[in-house]
Design a binder for this molecule. Structure first.
Ligand SMILES: Nc1ncnc2c1ncn2[C@@H]1O[C@H](COP(=O)(O)OP(=O)(O)OP(=O)(O)O)[C@@H](O)[C@H]1O
Length: 471
């Protein structure tokens, strides 16, 4: 029995061993697919490595690694260089920024100093301008409110012996009777006085207009004596007359010196013709205009005013007026003006502190005085001459009435004096006559000299600054 039990135990033990071994085998078998998978992957990696090594047939892995190392080293060096350069540039930039800041600061300081200087300069200029204005006005006042100069045209070239110049202020006229008369004026423009010389003498009057005073400059004298030549002049720069020169002067003064001290000006021009006691607008197709007097104001109804911004505007205005003016051929002048021409520049000025001036500069080219009997004018020419002489005679009467402080001044007796009324008026205007002498017309020249030299004694009082209304 014991033998059987022993055998059983042996078999049982042996069976357990076998079961254990089988279980172990089964576990190992289960890992086979995983190992196969790993093997497959290893084979694939091997293939890749072989392909890559085929690209570097002659280089071993160590060679490849050395090359790569070298590349990395070079790149590192380049990077280090770039970093160095970047640092240098940053340093440079910092320095430049600092320099820039310093310059900006310096610039600000300079600008502040410059502004201070400009303001100081402007104040000084404004003070000096005020003094100059006062002095200019005093000089003009001292010379009288009505001033008279005379221009004698080329009498020497004519060979005329009836005229002689005694001094800077006096001329002598020898009459056919043998009698000689001496006439005195503020200034004698004897030939050959250039146009610029004439303008130089009247410049201060133009300045008065910029300072706000009404100014009237009148060319007076016999026909053919050079009135239009003085006022309008001719085309070349040297022979330009008072009108273009006055406008250029006003534009220059207003845009330069006066602008610097804060004055701002606006100029407008009008051009009136008084022909046969009618008033025409030379800038508006010779429209006939009505003149109305309202209290102390004269109104030329509908008068066209053209703004003058620069000197080229003047050429346009003068050419327009020239094409419309009434001229005729007379015994003394092939292109005689049969009308009075009144060129007006309306001045509107304002300065930075609100001071204002509003006045008018009148540049008047009167028609030539002639005697109908002496010229034997007929028909249309006779009518023209009668009207010219009637208006000139009214002008004389008005001036004489002012001189003698008469209560009634007959402005309304002619269109010429109606239009000029405000600008010839006592206390509000500066007037200058430029008498013209024509040595070929002794009788009419004598009448001109008598009337104009009589005006020399006139002093109608101080001119008044016209402030007008705000622009
Ligand atoms: N000072 C001068 N120098 C050169 N030429 C002159 C001078 N004065 C006048 N003349 C010339 O004499 C001519 C007549 O002059 P202008 O027409 O100016 O006279 P006026 O007095 O206006 O005559 P009117 O009253 O008949 O119109 C013109 O050809 C002009 O060029």
């Amino acid at each position: 029995m014991d033998g059987v039990r022993i055998k059983n135990d042996f078999y049982n033990n042996h069976t357990n061993d076998l079961k254990h071994q089988i279980a172990q085998l089964e576990r190992k078998t289960a890992t086979i697919p995983k190992l196969e998978n790993q093997l497959h992957k290893a084979k694939n990696q091997n293939k890749v490595l072989r392909r890559e090594s085929a690209l570097f047939p002659s280089a071993s892995c160590a060679d490849v690694s050395r090359v790569e190392d070298q590349k990395v080293k070079t790149l590192r060096n380049e990077l280090a260089d770039l970093k160095l350069k970047l640092r240098q540039l940053e340093d440079d930039n910092k320095e430049k920024d600092m320099e820039n800041d310093r310059l900006i600061q310096e610039n600000r300081t300079l600008k502040r100093e410059k502004l201070k200087l400009i303001n100081c300069f402007k104040t000084q200029m404004a003070e000096k301008d005020a003094i100059i204005r006062e002095l200019n006005d005093e000089v003009v006042d001292l010379r009288g409110q009505i001033r008279v100069a005379i221009r004698v045209r080329d009498f020497e070239r004519d060979g005329s012996s009836n005229f002689s110049i005694i001094s800077q202020n006096e001329v002598q006229l020898q009459q056919t009777t043998g009698q000689s008369n001496t006439y005195s004026f503020e200034h004698v423009f004897f030939p050959p006085t250039a146009q610029s010389g004439v303008f130089g003498e009247i410049k201060e009057l133009i300045m008065c207009a910029l300072h706000g005073k009404n100014v009237c400059l009148i060319a007076y004298g016999p026909t053919g004596s050079g009135k239009t030549f003085t006022m309008r002049g001719e085309d070349s720069a040297d022979s330009e007359g008072v009108i273009p020169r006055a406008i250029r002067f006003m534009l220059e003064q207003s845009k330069r010196d006066l602008a610097m001290i804060g004055w701002n000006y606006k100029f407008q021009a009008s051009f009136i013709e008084v022909y046969n006691e009618e008033v025409y607008d030379l800038l508006d197709g010779k429209q006939k205009l009505e003149v109305k007097i309202n209290g102390s104001k004269t109104n030329v109804v509908g008068l066209k005013k053209i703004e003058i911004g620069n000197i080229s505007d003047v050429d346009v205005i003068l050419n327009l007026a020239d094409s419309q003016r009434s001229v005729a051929s007379t015994a003394s002048n092939e292109h005689s003006s049969r009308s009075h021409a009144i060129f007006q520049i309306f001045v509107d000025g304002q300065n930075a502190s609100g001071e204002m001036v509003q006045c008018c500069l009148n540049l008047v080219d009167l028609a030539g005085s002639e005697r109908a009997k002496e010229t034997q004018a007929r028909g249309k020419q006779f009518t023209e001459l009668t009207n010219i002489n009637q208006s000139l005679s009214t002008l004389k009467k008005c001036i004489r009435a002012q001189m003698t402080k008469m209560s009634h001044v007959p402005y309304r007796d002619s269109k010429l004096t109606m239009v000029l009324r405000e600008y010839l008026g006592a206390g509000s205007s500066k007037t200058m006559f430029i008498a013209h002498a024509n040595p070929r017309d002794v009788a009419e020249t004598k009448r001109t000299l008598e009337f104009t030299s009589e005006l020399r004694s006139t002093n109608l009082g101080k001119a008044v600054v016209q402030t007008g209304q705000k622009l």
